[in-house]
Design a protein around this ligand. Structure first.
Ligand code: SF4
Length: 431
């Protein structure tokens, strides 16, 4: 979401005459688009601003802005902690970035804009004219913003507000525009994409219907979406995997914990059994689907046995990759009021065990690709010596490929014979 928001701000500023600089020392304006989902992300932001402060001292005309969820959560405190900032903007103020920069130029005083947009509709209007950069072969499209789920550990509903969907016609127009400019793969984005169409549309429309409609857009070669919530993931969406060739065989479906009591305490509102039922049904329809997830270990009250339940579910599902974290309390969330009872050392051990298991699962699945041919969308040049191109296969594995650099280009869909698997990456030769 932050990448998409950053791109949008760049587009708006581009039409006010701003161009991206390669070096921060050359910039008249520096924006840091922040994330507050975990404590570590926040610490990184503070240290980044620590490095930017001297630039402001040598060039007082430099405008420094903090945008994103940290601003939303703690706007005034950000200014107190970093008085050299010119402004703080929340994620719902992305469309106002041009006005904010103008105001910062004219005014001596720093300001905070963190109001939620009060419009009933969620719209990201097209800005006609040139683009600051050519869209890559794979492009994000926001379809819904906000979240109504209020998982007890998560700050997102407080920083991004309630769910609101964009009108389908606006989405089709944006996707056609991106394809016209070179995009081959579209990734539909939202905190909970499966809740698309429930609020904010003139005519409510379920998510799976959107998938069928988007799949009809000429020139679209691959379709992905992220992120999903098990409770809103419907059987019709599973059918869409079977029916739509462009919908790739990958699903990121966060489970967070493999234990029902912990899930309840997280207010995830789903059970392990319900989750596994969905997975089994999807695997029955799409046998080569690859599954990825999010996992939190060391949630308040998690016992050794409850943690083992998570490992068991990981093994049972056979995830190809996971985002794994040890729990860190986020101020402002209900879980912050719970006793953070699992000692840091135990959290570290559990995280280590989770990562080791995931590495084994990934390695086992990686081996299955060796000797086979996979389809890869070339996203650009590989940074690995001896390899020309990098991209992804439909199941979202990273692929590095050797091939004739003058014959293939970013955006080409090629077949790669895989001769090696390492971590969540494959490498081989274009056929
Ligand atoms: S569904 Fe996702 S974004 Fe929404 S509250 Fe839960 S973890 Fe946060």
């Amino acid at each position: 979401m932050n990448v998409a928001d950053t791109d949008r701000m760049e587009l708006i500023l581009f039409h006010s005459g701003y161009r991206r600089t390669q070096e921060k020392e050359d910039a008249d304006l520096i924006l840091v688009n922040t994330c507050s989902i975990r404590e570590k992300a926040e610490q990184k932001t503070f240290s980044l601003f620590g490095g930017l402060k001297p630039l402001k001292t040598t060039n007082p005309d430099l405008i420094l802005g903090l945008t994103g969820c940290m601003g939303q959560q703690d706007g005034e405190n950000m200014l107190k902690r970093m008085p050299f900032l010119d402004f703080v903007l929340g994620p719902d103020q992305v469309e106002g970035i041009g006005r904010a920069v103008d105001l910062a130029r004219e005014s001596e005083k720093s300001f905070v804009w963190t109001g939620f947009d009060s419009e009933k509709k969620y719209s990201i209007p097209e800005i006609p004219g040139d683009l600051p950069k050519k869209p890559g072969p794979s492009a994000f499209v926001n379809i819904i913003k906000g979240c109504d789920k209020f998982c007890t550990f998560c700050i997102v509903p407080f920083t991004r507000g309630r769910e609101k969907s964009r009108e389908p016609d606006e989405l089709y127009q944006e996707i056609r525009h991106l394809i016209l400019h070179g995009a081959k793969e579209i990734i539909l984005l939202g905190q909970n994409v499966n809740s698309y169409g429930k609020r904010g549309l003139t005519n409510p429309m379920p998510f799976h219907e959107l998938l069928y409609k988007v799949a009809e857009i000429p020139g679209l070669q691959r379709l992905r979406f992220t992120t999903s919530h098990p409770n809103d993931f419907t059987k019709e969406t599973i059918r869409a995997y079977r029916d739509l060739d462009v919908l790739v065989n990958h699903l990121h479906l966060p489970i967070q914990s493999g234990n029902n009591e912990i899930l309840k305490s997280m207010r995830r509102d789903h059970t392990v059994e319900g989750y596994l039922e969905l997975i089994d049904e999807l695997k029955a329809e799409v046998p080569d689907v690859s599954l990825t997830t999010d996992i939190i270990v060391g949630f308040p009250g998690e016992t050794d046995a409850q943690f083992k339940d998570t490992l068991n579910v990981m093994e049972r599902v056979g995830y190809s990759s996971s985002f794994m974290f040890s729990y860190s309390p986020r101020p402002g969330t209900p879980a912050n009021e719970m006793q953070d009872s699992v000692p840091e050392e135990v959290k570290r051990q559990r995280l280590q065990e989770t990562i080791q298991l995931q590495n084994r699962l990934t390695e086992e699945q990686g081996k299955d690709f060796v000797g086979k041919t996979v389809e890869m969308l070339i996203e650009g040049n590989s940074s690995r010596p001896d390899y020309s191109f990098k991209g992804r296969n439909p199941q979202y594995w990273r692929v590095n490929a050797k091939g004739d650099g003058s014959r293939y280009h970013a955006g080409d869909m090629v077949e790669v014979h895989i001769d090696q698997a390492s971590g969540h990456g494959l490498s081989g030769v274009i056929q």
